[in-house]
Unconditional design. Structure first.
Length: 627
C-alpha cells in the first residue's frame, strides 16, 4: 500500500523538478511511512511513498523492467499476483523481486493496457512507457484506491490525494460551484468531479492515456445486472461460499501482521468467520465503542468474538470531533460529510497499534442489497401508485402534521415515517436524484443565496444520466447499480481509504472482490432483498458459520449521534461556524433561513442534522481553503 504522485510535461524538453516530487511525496507520507522513491527522466517525474506489506526488502518503487523502458508507481495489492507470476515464468519471464508491482510491469510488457483484465485486487498506478512516451493511469474496478489528476496546457499532474496534487503550483484551484450543489445533495462529490474545476477523479474501472498533450479515458470493466441466472438458492449459496472463502484467503496474504475489523454485524462477522475457517489460526479482531449506548456495538462484537474464538481487542474512545475534523478534512481534500468517518478513524487508529493490514466487511450492503432504502424504494413505488384522491393525500397530510421527536436517540417511528414520505415525494419529482438525497430541491431553493442559486438550473444532469444508465443496465435493480458506481466509490471507499491511510493501515474488503460482485449481480433481485428483508443470500450463507442471533439482529451501521451532538455539545461550534462573518459574506445561503433551520433543529421540530453537518463541513473547508 502506498501513495503515488507525479507529473508529465507536454514539452519533451521540459524536466520535472525534484523539489516538486519531494513536496508531493511529503503530502502523502502517512500513506507510506516506510520508504520513498522518485524517478525523473526527460518530461516525466514519478514519486511514491510506501507502506511495506509484501516483499518488504525487494519492493522499492518506482520500479522498472530490465530494459528500463517501463517505470511504475503502484498503490494497492494484487491478490492473484503469485498465480500471474507463475504463468509468466512458464512463458520464460525472469523476476528480480517477489512483489506484485513487478508482475504488473511484465504483464504490461506482454499485453499492454489489456493487462488490467487479469488483475484481481485494489489498485491505482501510473506507468510511464518510455518507448511510446505515454503515461498510463489506471484504477481498480470498484474504486477502492483513489487517483486524482489535473490536465493542463503544460502537461498532466496526478496523485493519490488532493493535498499532494495541489503541491503543484500550476494546478488551478478555482472552485466548481456545481460540485458544491451535488455535495449538498449526497454529502460527497460524485466522480469525476472534485471541488476544483480543473481537478478530476479517474473513474473506477478505467484507465487513461496521456500522450502528445492529450488525455483519453477508457473503461475496461462493467458489472452487469441484466444477465440474471435463475436457479435454486442452495446452489447459489454453495457458489458464494466458495467465492468468499477464496476472496478471504487471498486477502490474508501479507508479510506483516493481519487482523480484522469486527462490529458484530452480519458482514464483518462473516468475514471474520471465514478468516478462521481458511486461515487455520486465531484471528485478531478489533472494535471501538463510544459512550452513547444507542450507538455502541461493543457487546455485539464481543459475543461474536467469543463465539468464533478470536483474539479480540476492544476500545472505548472519545469522538473528539472538534479536534479531529479539521485535520481529517485535509486528508479528504474537499468537503466530505459522511460523519461515520470519525468512528472509522478511531477504529483504524487502535487497529494499527497491533497490525498493518485489516480485513473489513465493506461492500455487503451495496453488493447484496442490505440498505433499508432498497426496501423503502419498493414500498415507495407502491405508495406512489396509490392516487392522491384515494387516500395518499391524507397520509401525506398526517406526515406533515407530525413534529420530530424532542430527542434524536434511537429510532423514532415519526422520523422514519416523515423520511419515507419525503422519499416518496422526491421520487415523483426526480427519480434520478432521490436514491440518496439529503437536501431536496425544494430545500435548496429556499436556502440558497444569490451566489449559488443559479446552479440549481442543472437539475443534477450527471445523476440523471447515471439513472438512465441504471434503467438500461440494471432493470429492477437500479439503486444497486447506482450505489455501486457512485455511493460506494465516492463515499464508503473514500471514507475507509482516507481514514485508514491516515493511520498507515491497509484495509482489504473481501466482499468487494470483483468476482463476488459479478456473481451477486447475476442473482435475481429477490435473492438479495424483498419487501421485508435485505441481504437474503448472504444471510443464508452466514447461517453456516454464525449463530441465529447475529443473523436476526437489526442493521445498525457505523453511526454517530449527530443530531444530539448539534443540539448539545457541538452547538456552540456549529453556531460559530455557520453564523460567522465569512459564511454570511460568502452568499451561499440566506442567513435568516439558515438560522431558521438551525432553530427548528435545536427545538426538536425537525431533524436537520445531516444538512447542518454538511453545511458546517463545507464552511469549515472553505475557511481553511481561504488561508
Amino acid at each position: 500500500m502506498c501513495g503515488i504522485a507525479g507529473k508529465v510535461y507536454a514539452d519533451p524538453q521540459r524536466p520535472v523538478g525534484e523539489s516538486l516530487l519531494r513536496s508531493m511525496c511529503r503530502a502523502i507520507a502517512h500513506r507510506g511511512p516506510d520508504d520513498e522513491g522518485i524517478y525523473r527522466q526527460g518530461p516525466v517525474g514519478l514519486g511514491m511513498r510506501r507502506l511495506k506489506v509484501i516483499d518488504l526488502e525487494g519492493g522499492h518503487q518506482p520500479m522498472s523492467n530490465e530494459a528500463q523502458s517501463l517505470w511504475i508507481v503502484f498503490n494497492g495489492e494484487i491478490y492473484n499476483y503469485r498465480q500471474l507470476r507463475r504463468e509468466l515464468e512458464e512463458q520464460g519471464q525472469v523476476f528480480r523481486t517477489h512483489s506484485d508491482t513487478e508482475t504488473i510491469l511484465h504483464l504490461y510488457e506482454r499485453e499492454g493496457v489489456h493487462c488490467l483484465r487479469h488483475l484481481r485486487g485494489m489498485f491505482a498506478f501510473a506507468l510511464w512507457d518510455l518507448r511510446t512516451q505515454t503515461l498510463m493511469l489506471a484504477r481498480d474496478r470498484l474504486g477502492k484506491k483513489p487517483l486524482f489528476y489535473a490536465l493542463m496546457k503544460e502537461g498532466i499532474s496526478f496523485a493519490s490525494e488532493l493535498g499532494a496534487l495541489l503541491c503543484d503550483p500550476q494546478v488551478d484551484r478555482s472552485i466548481d460551484r456545481q460540485a458544491i450543489d451535488e455535495y449538498l445533495s449526497f454529502l460527497f462529490i460524485p466522480q469525476p468531479r472534485t471541488i476544483y474545476e480543473q481537478v478530476k477523479k479517474l473513474p473506477p474501472a478505467s484507465y487513461g492515456l496521456y500522450q502528445d498533450g492529450q488525455f483519453q479515458i477508457h473503461p475496461y470493466w462493467e458489472v452487469r445486472y441484466d444477465q440474471v441466472r435463475v436457479r435454486r438458492e442452495e446452489e447459489s449459496v454453495e457458489e458464494l461460499d466458495l467465492l468468499l472463502r477464496q476472496a478471504v484467503e487471498m486477502r490474508m496474504l501479507a508479510d506483516v501482521p493481519v487482523g480484522a475489523f469486527l462490529s458484530g454485524g452480519l458482514d464483518s462477522s462473516l468475514v471474520v468467520a471465514l478468516m478462521q475457517k481458511v486461515g487455520g489460526q486465531q484471528v485478531r479482531t478489533y472494535s471501538v465503542g463510544f459512550r452513547e449506548s444507542s450507538f455502541n456495538e461493543l457487546d455485539h462484537a464481543r459475543k461474536v468474538a467469543q463465539f468464533l474464538g478470536t483474539q479480540h481487542q476492544e476500545y472505548v474512545v472519545d469522538y473528539q470531533v472538534q479536534e479531529l475534523l479539521p485535520g481529517l478534512l485535509d486528508h479528504f481534500g474537499e468537503p466530505f460529510a459522511d460523519s461515520s468517518a470519525i468512528p472509522t478513524y478511531h477504529l483504524s487508529k487502535v487497529t494499527r497499534q497491533e497490525v498493518t493490514v485489516a480485513l473489513s466487511g465493506d461492500g455487503g450492503d451495496e453488493v447484496f442489497g442490505g440498505y433499508r432504502r432498497y426496501l423503502a424504494r419498493r414500498w415507495a413505488d407502491a405508495f406512489n401508485r396509490w392516487p392522491a384522491w384515494g387516500g395518499r393525500g391524507a397520509v401525506e397530510w398526517l406526515g406533515r402534521a407530525l413534529n420530530e421527536p424532542a430527542t434524536y436517540y434511537g429510532r423514532s417511528f415519526r422520523k422514519k415515517f416523515k423520511r419515507f414520505l419525503e422519499f416518496s415525494a422526491a421520487l415523483r419529482e426526480a427519480p434520478s436524484t432521490s436514491w440518496g438525497f439529503f437536501f431536496t430541491q425544494e430545500e435548496k431553493r429556499y436556502l440558497y443565496g444569490e451566489n449559488i442559486a443559479d446552479i440549481l438550473t442543472s437539475e443534477f444532469a450527471s445523476m440523471r444520466l447515471k439513472y438512465e444508465q441504471a434503467q438500461a443496465r440494471a432493470p429492477g435493480q437500479e439503486m444497486l447499480w447506482l450505489d455501486l458506481v457512485t455511493y460506494l466509490p465516492d463515499d464508503i471507499l473514500v471514507k475507509v481509504d482516507r481514514m485508514s491511510m491516515d493511520c498507515s493501515l491497509e484495509v482489504r474488503s473481501p466482499l468487494l472482490d470483483h468476482q463476488v460482485v459479478e456473481f451477486a449481480a447475476r442473482l435475481p433481485r429477490d435473492h438479495k432483498y424483498t419487501l421485508t428483508q435485505g441481504k437474503r443470500l448472504l444471510r443464508r450463507l452466514a447461517g453456516r458459520y454464525l449463530p441465529s442471533a447475529i443473523l436476526q439482529r437489526p442493521k445498525q451501521g457505523f453511526a454517530v449521534p449527530l443530531a444530539s451532538w448539534l443540539q448539545k455539545e457541538l452547538r456552540p461550534w456549529m453556531e460559530e461556524i455557520l453564523l460567522s462573518k465569512s459564511c454570511r459574506q460568502r452568499g451561499f445561503f440566506v442567513p435568516s433561513r439558515l438560522q431558521q433551520m438551525m432553530s427548528e433543529h435545536l427545538k426538536g421540530q425537525r431533524d436537520y442534522s445531516q444538512q447542518l453537518w454538511a453545511m458546517l463541513v463545507l464552511e469549515l473547508w472553505l475557511q481553511r481553503e481561504a488561508r
